[in-house]
Design a protein around this ligand. Structure first.
Ligand code: SF4
Ligand code: SF4
Length: 607
C-alpha cells in the first residue's frame, strides 16, 4: 500500500495495474489519453496505442476471452467506433475481467459532441461506475474489475474531463494477481451467430437484475442523512461539490450509476421531504427514478447540456433558499485580449492552410490539429464531423451536386496521418469502387499531435518506444486504388503551390497529395529564426494572416505614431520561413541563432 499523488487518469492506470491487468489498449483521445501512457510506465503488462478504438476494444476482448484481465480506454466518441465489437461481446458471459474507462466531456472542452456514455451502459447490459476524485477513481476502478469478474460482464468506469485531469492523494490497496485462465472454446459464449447468439441474448437478460440485487445488498452507494428537508441524489464530481457547498443537506451518493439501487433510493425518498437529482447531461438517473415511481426533480433546475459546476449548483440552491448566492467572479481584466486556438509556431499545417485559402480550394476537414484551419484567418475547412468522415462526406456531396447549379468542382478532403489510419482507409477504397472523383490531401506530420504527440502506425513507434512496422501512406493509397498520388514538402510554398494548382484545380480526381512536414512541437528543431526590418515593412499585414503566435504589429520609435509594422518574437519563432515566404517586399529576413540583427526594436518590446 502506498500514498501517492495521482491525476484521475493516473489513478485508473495504477488501479488497473494493481488489479492484475495483463493487456491494455487505447486510441488517444482527450480526456483519457494519459491512462495508457501511465500504464506503459509499468512493467509486466502489454500496452498499445491501437490504430482505432475498435481495434483497441478487439484487443481487449481477445485478452478477456483468454481469461486475462484487460483494460480499454477511450474518449466518449470512441465508444461509437468500438461499439460494434462491444455490443456483441457484451452478450456473452465473458471470461477474464474487462473494464472500459470512458471519458465523457460535458461542456465539450475538447470534443465534437457531448454524448452521454450512460446510454451505452443501459443499452449494452454493462454495469457502470462514476468516481469524483482520484481516490474514488482508484477505488472504483478496482471495484469495476471485481464486478466484471463476479458477473462475467464488461464494466464501464465513466470519467469526465475534470475527473481525468484533477490530481489528489490516493491510498492504494494491495495488488492482486490475475493469471490468465486460458481459452476454452464455447460457442454459446464466443461464437455469436444464431443459434448461439440467440441463447446469449436470452441469457444476458439476467445480468443487470443480478448486479442490481448485489448492489441492493449494500454495495456501491452511500446514504448520508442530515437535514430531512431536502435530499440530493448525485455522484461523481457533483457529490463533492454538494458536500462542500451544501454540507447540511442529506445526500445519496451513487458509486455504481448503472444499475441503480432502486430499493434504497425509495427508502431514502421516504426520509426526505423533497428529492433533487444532480447529474450532468441526460436525466438518466432522474428518468429511472420516475420510472420506479420515485417522486424527484432534477432537470427542472439543471440543463441537459454543459457542465454542472459549483457556480451553477450554488446559484440553483440559492434560488431554493438553501444557501447564500456565490459572489460573482471578478470581471475579466481589460488587458486580457481574447484569442482563439491557433497553430503552433512552425506548424506544418500553417503553410497548407495559407495555400488552400489563397487558392480558394473547397475543403472538408477532419479531426486533428488541422481543424484550426476552419477558424479565421483561414476558414478553409467547411465541415468537420467525426474521425475520417471528410472522405465520404466529400464523395457524397460531390455526387449530390453533380450537374446542378450548385456543383462544387475539386472538393478536397483534408485528413491527418493518424486519422487516415484510424478509419479513413475504407473511404479511400470507395474512390475507386464507386467511381468518385473528389480529392484527398493527407497531412503527414508523423504524429497524433492534438492529443499530446503520440506515435501512430505511420511512425511505427509503440507507446513504449519500440520500433514496429511503419506504414507508408503512398504505398497504401496506391494499393487501395488511388494511382495518382504525389508527395510535397509544404514548407517549400512555391513548389507546394504549383502542386496544389495542378492537382486540386487542373487535374481530374480521384487523386491524393501527401503533404509531408514534421510536427513542430514533437520534432523540435530550431536552426535559425526570422526577424522583420521595419524600414522595409510596409505594414500590409500579409504575414499576420499566416496567424503565427510570434508575429504581431507594433509601434516603432522612429515611425509616425499609429503606423504599425510587423515584428517577430525571436524567442518563439522556430524558423519555419512561412512568413518570410509570404512577405511581398522581403521585409522578413533570416538570422542565425547566435546573431543579433541590427534593426530597431518596437517601443513596447521589453524582452
Ligand atoms: S508581410 Fe512583410 S510588409 Fe507586410 S506586414 Fe508583414 S513584414 Fe510587413
Ligand atoms: S518563421 Fe515566421 S511563420 Fe515560421 S515560426 Fe517564425 S514567425 Fe512563425
Amino acid at each position: 500500500m502506498e500514498q501517492l499523488v495521482l491525476t484521475g487518469n493516473e489513478a485508473v492506470a495504477r488501479a488497473a495495474r494493481d488489479s492484475g491487468v495483463r493487456v491494455a489498449a487505447s486510441y488517444p483521445g482527450s480526456p483519457t489519453v494519459q491512462i495508457l501512457e501511465a500504464l506503459a510506465e509499468y512493467e509486466g503488462l502489454h500496452t498499445e496505442w491501437s490504430p482505432s478504438e475498435k481495434v483497441a476494444m478487439e484487443v481487449a476482448i481477445g485478452a478477456s476471452m483468454a481469461g486475462a484481465a484487460a483494460l480499454c480506454s477511450m474518449k466518449h466518441v470512441g465508444i461509437n467506433i468500438a461499439s460494434d465489437p462491444l455490443m456483441t461481446f457484451t452478450f456473452s458471459k465473458i471470461n477474464g475481467p474487462l473494464v472500459i474507462a470512458v471519458g465523457d466531456d460535458p461542456g465539450q472542452i475538447s470534443s465534437q459532441n457531448e454524448q452521454d456514455s450512460r446510454m451505452w451502459a443501459e443499452y449494452g447490459f454493462i454495469p457502470m461506475l462514476q468516481p469524483g476524485s482520484p481516490q474514488e477513481v482508484y477505488d472504483q476502478t478496482r471495484l469495476a474489475f471485481d464486478i466484471s469478474e463476479r458477473f462475467h460482464a464488461p464494466v464501464f468506469v465513466r470519467l469526465v474531463d475534470r475527473t481525468c485531469h484533477m490530481s489528489g492523494s490516493v491510498q492504494t490497496a494491495p495488488a492482486v494477481e490475475r493469471k490468465p485462465l486460458g481459452f476454452t472454446p464455447d460457442p454459446d459464449r464466443y461464437y455469436m451467430v444464431p443459434p448461439f447468439s440467440r441463447r446469449a441474448r436470452a441469457a444476458v437478460e439476467g445480468r443487470i437484475p443480478a448486479v442490481q440485487q448485489w448492489i441492493e445488498e449494500g454495495h456501491g452507494f452511500q446514504e448520508e442523512l442530515r437535514d430531512p428537508a431536502l435530499g440530493i441524489v448525485t455522484f461523481g464530481l457533483q457529490y463533492h461539490i454538494v458536500r462542500e457547498l451544501l454540507p447540511n443537506l442529506s445526500t445519496f451518493k451513487l458509486d455504481i450509476i448503472w444499475p441503480l439501487p432502486i430499493k434504497q433510493l425509495k427508502e431514502f425518498r421516504q426520509k426526505v421531504n423533497r428529492m433533487i437529482v444532480i447529474e450532468e447531461l441526460f436525466p438518466f438517473v432522474e428518468n429511472h427514478l420516475k420510472l420506479a415511481r420515485i417522486d424527484c426533480e432534477g432537470k427542472a433546475f439543471f440543463p441537459t447540456y454543459g457542465e454542472v459546476d459549483a457556480g451553477l449548483i450554488a446559484e440553483r440552491f440559492a434560488e431554493l433558499g438553501c444557501r447564500e448566492p456565490i459572489k460573482p467572479p471578478l470581471a475579466a481584466s481589460p488587458a486580457e485580449a481574447p484569442r482563439g486556438a491557433m497553430f503552433c509556431p512552425g506548424c506544418p499545417h500553417r503553410p497548407v492552410m495559407v495555400l488552400l485559402r489563397d487558392l480558394g480550394i473547397f475543403c472538408h476537414g477532419d479531426i486533428g490539429c488541422y481543424l484550426m484551419g476552419s477558424y479565421p484567418p483561414f476558414e478553409v475547412l467547411k465541415t468537420s464531423v467525426s474521425m475520417a468522415a471528410s472522405i465520404g462526406i466529400a464523395q457524397g456531396m460531390a455526387k449530390a451536386l453533380e450537374g446542378t447549379e450548385h456543383q462544387i468542382d475539386n472538393i478536397v478532403s483534408v485528413i491527418g496521418d493518424s486519422t487516415l489510419m484510424h478509419s479513413g482507409l475504407p473511404g479511400v477504397i470507395n474512390y475507386g469502387y464507386n467511381l468518385h472523383h473528389t480529392k484527398l490531401l493527407v497531412l503527414d506530420n508523423r504524429s497524433t499531435s492534438m492529443t499530446g504527440l503520440q506515435d501512430n502506425p505511420i511512425t511505427g513507434k509503440t507507446v513504449r518506444g519500440e520500433q514496429g512496422h511503419a506504414v507508408d501512406i503512398e504505398t497504401v493509397l496506391r494499393a487501395l486504388g488511388l494511382d495518382n498520388v504525389v508527395k510535397v514538402n509544404q514548407y517549400n510554398m512555391g513548389e507546394a503551390k504549383k502542386v496544389f494548382v495542378k492537382k486540386f484545380q487542373e487535374e481530374p480526381g480521384p487523386l491524393a497529395v501527401i503533404a509531408t512536414g514534421p510536427c513542430a512541437l514533437k520534432y523540435k528543431k530550431k536552426l535559425n529564426y526570422y526577424y522583420v526590418d521595419p524600414d522595409i515593412c510596409t505594414g500590409c499585414r500579409t504575414c499576420i494572416r499566416v496567424n503565427c503566435p510570434p508575429i504581431s504589429m507594433r509601434q516603432y520609435a522612429h515611425k509616425p505614431a499609429g503606423e504599425l509594422n510587423s515584428h517577430i518574437d525571436r524567442h518563439r519563432c522556430v524558423g519555419c520561413s512561412v512568413c518570410f515566404q509570404v512577405c511581398p517586399v522581403h521585409a522578413i529576413k533570416r538570422s542565425n541563432l547566435n546573431e543579433q540583427p541590427n534593426v530597431p526594436a518596437p517601443v513596447d518590446w521589453n524582452l
